[in-house]
Every structure is written in structure tokens, then in C-alpha cells.
Design a protein around this ligand. Structure first.
Ligand code: SR1
Ligand code: MG
Length: 410
């Protein structure tokens, strides 16, 4: 019998014991230390390391409720989903996800490679660091994990079996509420609107019937379009990065949905990085250098995605009717439309909803934060309402530029 034969939420000292008993990583006499290092909204993340060697491991454990609030009672099956998807993504996108060492369905843990030599991308962006290889890496990750898990490529019965295995109702419900509903009506009364912005948000988000209609259409796309195996939460807090390397983590929201969901999340979170740099960098030259890099990255993520998608399509397509001339272009057009829509949704929900981003909340000056939020929300509305019109990276960037023009700096 072992104390780890029955589930309980572990404390750091217990995680060190657990690792010694369950993982074949450390020597018997290793002097283990453990620290809880998570700052996400859902799970507990422990780093365990040996004081006398360079060996270390990350243990992620799921609790019965989300960390951010006990309102969210969640199946611990999300850990299985995450472990299986990380292993699948490791094969689809080599080098772009951490190595999984072990999934434990009793303790609901996923033990994986320690990426301490990397930084969480949002943290680095808040210091206004730039990453020239990011667009190349993330576009490869998205094309490989998304296109290669669609009906265009997979045998249809195999794909249906995967849809069944990765059904993720509780985590999807969080997204349906927090991303697709509450930002536009606050029906659960838990939005966190920056008080000086409340009147503007009420008029521009809650009381715009055309916007609500388009959001409703997007919600039903999310609910019903089992297009590809999504990461499901691909923001800059789910990415570890260095100058040379990008590693995508935290796919616990994964399920089969519209692939624009992942791409739109990346673009929206780059826009938050832009908004933070624009508001917080005082030196004009430094501000221009940082914001130009973000702008270039937004354009490159979309354009490289389009290019790589087209090449991968020609290499991997198996569905006979998808080989019909014109089908690829039509299909990609629908992906870019969904990408624009989700860019607008993510911009909205991280500005006014329950789960916010430090990019905006840490802007200390009230007027600067107000301006940054209104730029994001004005761009968001355009992305959602005009989503049929987006094809290239510069189309996406232009919407940010138009929104900035509407709110000149004092
Ligand atoms: C209750 S969870 C809130 C948010 O945190 C996660 O990272 C997802 O983005 C989710 O929407
Ligand atoms: Mg997460």
C-alpha cells in the first residue's frame, strides 16, 4: 500500500515523496526540494529538483475545482486529456512541446520535462523582450497540430474516435461562458470591468445588438464545428520561450473545435502585448522598436500560417473531395474568418471578463489603461463584425492600427 493509491491534493513535501516513489528520475539518495510554482487559473504546478544534481521535474496536479474559483467544479479527467494531447503534439510538432514522463490516473498528475531555462512568454513580454523566432515556431505548431487532426487528413472513423476520446465538456463550458457569453452580457455577474470604463463597455459591448448577434453565431461555431484537435487555451501564458526555443504547454482545454480558436488566441494575446508596450514604454525609440516587433509578429503569424497550411495541405490531404481545385482556398478562408472572430472574442473577454491579462491590468496610469482597453475593445468589435474580410497578416494588423487611430495619445 502506498499513500498515493488514493487521490488527494498534494502539498510540496508530499510531491517530493511522490516523485521518489513513482518516477524513475532521481537517484535513491537524492536530496529533493519542491516548490509550487503555478500562477494559472486551474491547476497546481510543482517543481521538484535535486539539490546535488541538475535533475528536475515538473508535476502538474488537477484539483476538484479550478484554482481561480470554487464555482468551477471540474473533472480531473482533464489531466488525462492534457497528457495524451501533449504526447500527440510531441509527435505532430517535434520540439515544440515538453516531454511527458508519466500520467497518473489515481493522483491525477502529469509529470513532465522541467522548462526552467525558458520563461513564460507573457512574463517576458511584460518586460518587453522580443522573440524573433516565435512566429515561425508557433505557425508550425498550429499548422501541424490543427490541419493534421482534421477530416481533410485523417481517416474519418479514426477522427471520430478521437473526437470521442477528447470530449471535454466542463472545460468547454468554461470557454462557452467566459469567452463566448459573459463578456457581452455579464449574465453571471462576474465580469471585472475596470470601473472608469464601465459606461463605455455597457454601451459598446452589452448594448450593441449587431455585436451580440455575431457573437451568438461564433458561439454556435464553437459548440458544433469539431474541425481539429485544438490546444484550446493558446495564450502567451501557455507558452514557454527563449530566443531559440518555443514550447507550448497547458492543453487541458483541448477538444475538437474550430481551428481559428487557437490562432485567434495567439493574435489577440500579441495585441495585448502591443497594448502594454504602447502604454508602458516611456522611451519613444524603445516603444517603437518593441511595438514594431509585435506588429511584424502579428503579420508573420498569419502569413506563415497561410503559407505552411497550403504546403501541408498539398502534402497530407487524403479526403478525395478536398483535392478539388478551389476547396483548399475555401477551407482556409473559413479558418481565417473564425480566427478574426476569436481574436475579437479573446480581446473582449480578457479585458472585461473574469479571467484577465496582466498586459492590461498592470498598466498603472488610469488614462493609459482606459485608452489601451478601448483600443483592444474597438479592434475586437471590428474583428467580430467584419470577420469575413480577413485574409492576410496585414489585414489583421490594419484593424489594430485603425483602433489606435480612433484613440490618439494625449
Ligand atoms: C476558470 S478558468 C479561467 C480561464 O483560465 C484558463 O487559462 C482559461 O483561459 C480560462 O478561460
Ligand atoms: Mg492554462
Amino acid at each position: 500500500m502506498s499513500k498515493f493509491d488514493t487521490y488527494f491534493l498534494m502539498k510540496p513535501a508530499e510531491v517530493a515523496e511522490y516523485v521518489k516513489e513513482k518516477l524513475d528520475i532521481f537517484d535513491n539518495g537524492a536530496a529533493l526540494e519542491c516548490k509550487e510554482i503555478g500562477d494559472g487559473n486551474i491547476n497546481y504546478i510543482f517543481k521538484v529538483w535535486d539539490k546535488n544534481s541538475d535533475k528536475s521535474v515538473i508535476v502538474k496536479q488537477a484539483g476538484p475545482t479550478a484554482r481561480i474559483s470554487e464555482d468551477f467544479v471540474l473533472s480531473t479527467d482533464r489531466t488525462r486529456i492534457e497528457a495524451e494531447i501533449l504526447q500527440m503534439e510531441y509527435d505532430l510538432a517535434p520540439g515544440l512541446v515538453p516531454v511527458v514522463y508519466k500520467y497518473d490516473d489515481v493522483m491525477n498528475t502529469c509529470s513532465m520535462e522541467d522548462l526552467s531555462d525558458h520563461t513564460i512568454m507573457r512574463t517576458a513580454l511584460l518586460k518587453h523582450e522580443t522573440f524573433p523566432l516565435f512566429a515561425d515556431h508557433i505557425s508550425t505548431f498550429m499548422v501541424n497540430t490543427l490541419l493534421l487532426t482534421t477530416d481533410v487528413v485523417l481517416e474519418h472513423k479514426q477522427k471520430k474516435a478521437m473526437v470521442k476520446s477528447f470530449i471535454n465538456p466542463e472545460l468547454c463550458e468554461i470557454t462557452e461562458d467566459l469567452v463566448y457569453t459573459e463578456p457581452f452580457n455579464d449574465y453571471n455577474g462576474r465580469n471585472l470591468v475596470f470601473p472608469p470604463n464601465l459606461e463605455w463597455v455597457t454601451k459598446e459591448l452589452y448594448n450593441d445588438p449587431d455585436l451580440l448577434l455575431e457573437v451568438g453565431k461564433l458561439k454556435f461555431e464553437f459548440l458544433t464545428n469539431a474541425q481539429a484537435l485544438l490546444h484550446g487555451d493558446l495564450h502567451t501564458g501557455s507558452i514557454f520561450i527563449t530566443q531559440e526555443s518555443t514550447k507550448v504547454i497547458d492543453p487541458e482545454f483541448a477538444f475538437f473545435g474550430p481551428m481559428g480558436y487557437d490562432i485567434g488566441n495567439v493574435i489577440a494575446n500579441l495585441i495585448f502585448a502591443w497594448a502594454n508596450g504602447d502604454a508602458e514604454i516611456k522611451d519613444l525609440g524603445e516603444r517603437e522598436a518593441y511595438c514594431s516587433w509585435v506588429e511584424k509578429t502579428i503579420v508573420e503569424v498569419i502569413d506563415l500560417f497561410n503559407e505552411k497550411f497550403s504546403v501541408a495541405w498539398d502534402q497530407h490531404v487524403t479526403e478525395i473531395l478536398a483535392k478539388q481545385p478551389g476547396f483548399k482556398e475555401w477551407y482556409l478562408g473559413t479558418v481565417l474568418r473564425d480566427t478574426a472572430g476569436v481574436t475579437g472574442l479573446e480581446l473582449s473577454r480578457r479585458t472585461v471578463g473574469l479571467a484577465q491579462v496582466k498586459d492590461l491590468t498592470t498598466i498603472a496610469d488610469e488614462k493609459a489603461r482606459l485608452r489601451a482597453e478601448r483600443i483592444c475593445l474597438t479592434a475586437a468589435k471590428k474583428f467580430i463584425k467584419n470577420r469575413e474580410t480577413y485574409q492576410t497578416g496585414s489585414d489583421f494588423l490594419q484593424t489594430l492600427k485603425d483602433a489606435v487611430t480612433a484613440f490618439p495619445r494625449d
